[in-house]
Design a protein around this ligand. Structure first.
Ligand SMILES: O=C(O)c1ccccc1N[C@@H]1O[C@H](COP(=O)(O)O)[C@@H](O)[C@H]1O
Length: 214
């Protein structure tokens, strides 16, 4: 079993990017969804992306974007991965010629296997709690809604924080975790101590899993 990858999303400040990188995040996310309190413009995102060392992925998060909006983002910010967090179809996501992940908004009645089948091009499926405003709500959902055998890398998100991520990783065994609210001091303002504790929680769960497997 490989280690659980970690994405820290909704970064708006250079010091938060540095904290995420220094503590070992694999990816950071920029929110290109204007209604979000964590939204950044392309100029700011480009400045922040320039701080990333090799092998830390810059992810652009979109919610039902106009195609031209994504094109402009791609021309101005060095994004390696797109995250579609709205009601986009597989064709909507595919048209930009970049790898992408697709968010499923989880609540009772959602058939995740059907969702995966509807998004064959997605490199991974991100599961988040169903909230008003599409995401970033800091709300956990019932992880038992995630079926076994998805056949695609699973990215667990929704209300994760330093106190629950150890249990989340041990119970769900996702490919990756994604967090925004749980490592914040205020919306869009991350807390370096919470980032450190969150990543330590993931590593603790990974370590216990490695021990139990040996
Ligand atoms: O962060 C936002 O403001 C946001 C807005 C619209 C869609 C998604 C958004 N964030 C993503 O939501 C999940 C869960 O976040 P949280 O940890 O519960 O706050 C995560 O993937 C964020 O990237």
């Amino acid at each position: 079993m490989s280690r659980t990858r970690i994405k820290i999303c909704g970064l708006t400040r250079a010091e938060d990017v540095r904290a995420a990188v220094d503590h070992g995040a694999d990816a950071i996310g920029f929110v290109f969804y204007p209604p979000s309190p964590r939204a950044v413009n392309f100029e700011r995102a480009a400045e922040l992306a320039a701080l990333l060392p090799p092998f830390v992925t810059a992810v652009g998060l979109f919610v039902n974007p106009a195609p031209e909006f994504v094109s402009e983002a791609l021309s101005r910010v060095p994004l390696q991965l797109l995250q579609f967090h709205g009601d986009e179809s597989d064709a909507d996501c595919a048209r930009h010629g970049r790898p992408w992940i697709k968010a499923a908004r989880m609540r009772p009645g959602v058939d995740l296997l059907e969702f995966v089948a509807l998004h064959p091009g997605a490199r991974g499926i991100l599961v988040d709690a169903f909230v008003d405003g599409y995401g970033g709500g800091g709300r956990i959902f019932d992880w038992s809604l995630i079926p076994a055998g998805l056949g695609r890398p699973l990215i667990l998100s929704g209300g994760l924080d330093p106190d629950n991520v150890d249990e989340a990783v041990r119970r769900v065994r996702p490919w990756a975790v994604d967090v925004s609210s749980g490592v914040e001091r205020a919306k869009g303002i991350k807390d370096a101590g919470k980032i450190a504790a969150f990543i330590a929680g993931v590593r603790h769960a990974d370590g216990r899993h490695a021990l139990s497997a040996s």
